[in-house]
Design a protein around this ligand. Structure first.
Ligand SMILES: [Zn+2]
Length: 101
């Protein structure tokens, strides 16, 4: 069995990123807690912070991340909330990929 070695520097970096993300989301929830849509058309809410994606792979203006609706990994993009009906926005806001706060 191989042992997994994680350096203390890596853990410190992850902790700092986590604290920064929490702080940003708490101070500006309307800016960083956004509605997204996966490649299969599932909509949900997620934290979308530029240069700080620790649970997704950034691909330009899209991300590859876990979709909590379809329970799969998929390319995801932000959705303009004004393009959704009130019911669609409410449904998307009801499902969040993962709370960090
Ligand atoms: Zn999906």
């Amino acid at each position: 069995m191989k042992a997994i070695i994680i350096s203390s520097t890596f853990l410190v970096i992850v902790a700092v990123v986590f604290v920064v993300v929490q702080t940003l989301v708490r101070r500006h929830p309307d800016r960083y807690d956004v509605v997204v849509e996966c490649a299969d058309g599932h909509r949900y809410s997620t934290y979308w912070i530029p240069a700080a994606s620790y649970k997704a792979i950034r691909l330009g203006t899209t991300r590859y991340q876990r979709c909590p609706v379809g329970r799969h990994w998929a390319r995801t993009h932000k959705v303009d909330p004004s393009s959704l009906t009130a019911a669609e926005l409410h449904a998307a806001r009801a499902i969040h990929d993962r709370r960090i706060a």
